[in-house]
Write a protein that binds this ligand. Structure first.
Ligand SMILES: Cc1cc2nc3c(=O)[nH]c(=O)nc-3n(C[C@H](O)[C@H](O)[C@H](O)COP(=O)(O)OP(=O)(O)OC[C@H]3O[C@@H](n4cnc5c(N)ncnc54)[C@H](O)[C@@H]3O)c2cc1C
Length: 426
C-alpha cells in the first residue's frame, strides 16, 4: 500500500475503479429507471438495480491480474473498492425487500408481512432471500479479520455464490435479460478468472527453484528461474507464488504474495520467505528443482522516487523490497536505511547490507534490534540529517509503519512524501 500521490503517478488510476462502478450503475439504472412509478415501489426498484450493478462491479474488482491491478491503481486500491462496492451493494439489496414491504404497508400491514415472509412467496423470491443470506455470510467473514486466512477466504466465497444466486433471482423475476446481458457475462468472467486463472493458477507462469539459502531464523531466500517467458519485475514489486512438488518437498499449492528481493539479468527472481503461518513455515523446507507458479508482478512500491534524499525504513522481512533495489546497482540518491529486526538471529541480509553500505557512499545503514515498534524510533529518526526534506519509503508490520508515519509527520515530513507497503491485505 502506498500514499495517494504514488498511486496517482501509477497512471491516474485512483479514479478507474469508481469510474467502472459508476458506468455499471448508469447502464443499469438507465435501462430500469421506474419513470412511471413513484414512492416506495420506485425506490425499491432503484435499490435492486443499483445493488445488482455494484455487486457485479465488486466481482470484477476481485480479479487478480497484473494489468487490471495496474489499471485500478494497485491490488490494494482495487481490493478496497471491491469491499466498498460489495458492502454498499448489500445495504441497497437489503433495502429492496424492505422498501417493497413499505409499499405494501399502504394496502395493509398483513400485505406488508406477506411481502417479507418467504414461505408466502414463489421460488423466484426464495432465491432472492438465499442470495441475501449468502451475501451476509460472505460480508460477515470479510470484516472478521481475526479469522485464519483459509477459513476467511472460504467464507468470503459465499458472497460470490450470493451474487450468482441474486442474478438468477433477477432473471427469473424479470422474464427477460435486460441489463443482465451485461452483468451476467461480467460476473461469470470475473468469477471464472479469479477461480481458474488466479486461484488455480491457469494464468500463472512456470518457474523452478534454482537455489535456497537460509538467511535468518525462520527465513529462507529462494532464487526462481523462468521455465518459459520471464516476468518484467522492478524493485519493490511483489508476485504471487505457489510452490509445487520436488524430490522430497510437497508444496501447499496455494498462491501467496512475496516481494521480490532480487532480480537477475537472466530473468531469475529471488524471494525472501519468513515463516509466519502454515504455508510459509512449510516452505522453509523448500529444495532446488521444485516447480513454482508465479503471478504478477503487482505493486508500485519504490517505483517513483522523488529526486532528493531518501529515508528507507524496514521492519523484519519488510527489508525484501529494499534488497531488490540495492542489489539492482549503486544508488543515485543519498539514502538512509533504518533496519529494525527482533534480534541478531532475525537480522536477515545484514552482512550483505553492511557490504553494500561499505561499497556505496550514498547508502547509510542503521540497524537495530527491537521487539515490536522500537522504543528508540523517534530518536533514530531525529538523527537522520535533513529528515523533513526527504522522501520516505516504509515497509514492515502495521504497528511499526503506523508509529514511523506518526513520528515522521511530527518531524514535519509532508504526508505526500511518505509511502508505505504493508505485508497484509485481504
Ligand atoms: C504485498 C505483500 C508482500 C509480501 N511480501 C512478503 C515477503 O517478501 N516475504 C515474506 O516472508 N512475506 C511476505 N508477505 C507476507 C506473506 O504473504 C504471508 O506471510 C504468507 O502469505 C503467509 O501465509 P501462511 O499460510 O504461511 O500464513 P497464514 O496464517 O495463512 O497467513 C498469515 C497472513 O498472511 C496473509 N496472507 C496469507 N495468504 C495470503 C494471500 N494469498 N494473499 C494475501 N495475503 C495473504 C494474511 O493477512 C494472513 O492473515 C507479503 C504480503 C503481502 C500482502
Amino acid at each position: 500500500m502506498s500514499a495517494a500521490p504514488a498511486a496517482l503517478r501509477r497512471g491516474g488510476s485512483l479514479v478507474a475503479a469508481p469510474a467502472v462502478l459508476l458506468a455499471l450503475l448508469a447502464a443499469c439504472l438507465g435501462w430500469a429507471w421506474p419513470a412511471e412509478l413513484g414512492g416506495w415501489r420506485a425506490l425499491s426498484i432503484v435499490c435492486a438495480w443499483a445493488g445488482t450493478a455494484l455487486l457485479a462491479g465488486s466481482l470484477l474488482l476481485m480479479v487478480r491480474a497484473a494489468r487490471l491491478a495496474a489499471l485500478f491503481g494497485g491490488l490494494d486500491a482495487q481490493y478496497r473498492w471491491h469491499h466498498r462496492s460489495g458492502t454498499v451493494a448489500y445495504v441497497l439489496l437489503l433495502a429492496h425487500p424492505l422498501t417493497l414491504a413499505a409499499d405494501a404497508w399502504a394496502e395493509s400491514p398483513v400485505r406488508a408481512w406477506q411481502v417479507l415472509a418467504p414461505w408466502a412467496q414463489h421460488w423466484t423470491v426464495w432465491l432472492g432471500w438465499l442470495a441475501l443470506l449468502l451475501l451476509m455470510a460472505g460480508l460477515a467473514a470479510t470484516f472478521s479479520l481475526h479469522l485464519p486466512y483459509r477459513r476467511w477466504r472460504a467464507l468470503h466465497y459465499l458472497a460470490g455464490a450470493g451474487v450468482v444466486t441474486g442474478l438468477i433471482h433477477v432473471w427469473a423475476l424479470l422474464g427477460e435479460a435486460g441489463p443482465l446481458w451485461l452483468l451476467l457475462p461480467l460476473a461469470a468472467l470475473a468469477l471464472g478468472w479469479r477461480l481458474l486463472g488466479s486461484d488455480l493458477g491457469l494464468a500463472a507462469r512456470p518457474y523452478r527453484v534454482r537455489s535456497v539459502v537460509p538467511h535468518a531464523a525462520g527465513l529462507i531466500e529462494a532464487v526462481l528461474e523462468p521455465c518459459g517467458p520471464r516476468m518484467a519485475v522492478t524493485p519493490g514489486q511483489f508476485v504471487f507464488a505457489a510452490f509445487g512438488d520436488g524430490a522430497h518437498f510437497h508444496g501447499c499449492g496455494e498462491f501467496h504474495p512475496f516481494t521480490v528481493s532480487g532480480i537477475g539479468a537472466d530473468g531469475a527472481l529471488a524471494v525472501g520467505i519468513k515463516a509466519l503461518g502454515p504455508c510459509s513455515r512449510h516452505v522453509q523446507a523448500l529444495e532446488p528443482g521444485v516447480t513454482v507458479r508465479l503471478e504478477g508482478p503487482f505493486g508500485g512500491f519504490l517505483a517513483e522516487r522523488a529526486a532528493g534524499p531518501q529515508l528507507w525504513l524496514a521492519g523484519g522481512v519488510g527489508i525484501t523490497p529494499f534488497m531488490a533495489a540495492l542489489r539492482a546497482g549503486p544508488l543515485t540518491q543519498p539514502t538512509t536505511l533504518l533496519y529494525f529486526h527482533r534480534s541478531a538471529q532475525d537480522a536477515a541480509y545484514l552482512d550483505e547490507l553492511r557490504q553494500l553500505a561499505a561499497a556505496d557512499p550514498l547508502l547509510t545503514l542503521v540497524s537495530e534490534a527491537a521487539d515490536g515498534p522500537p522504543p528508540m524510533l523517534a530518536a533514530r529518526l531525529a538523527e537522520v540529517p535533513g529528515l523533513a526534506g526527504r522522501s520516505a519509503q516504509l515497509c514492515g508490520p502495521a504497528p511499526l509503519i503506523q508509529a514511523a508515519r506518526d513520528a515522521l509527520l511530527r518531524h514535519g515530513m509532508p504526508a505526500a512524501a511518505i509511502h508505505f507497503e504493508l505485508f497484509d491485505f485481504r
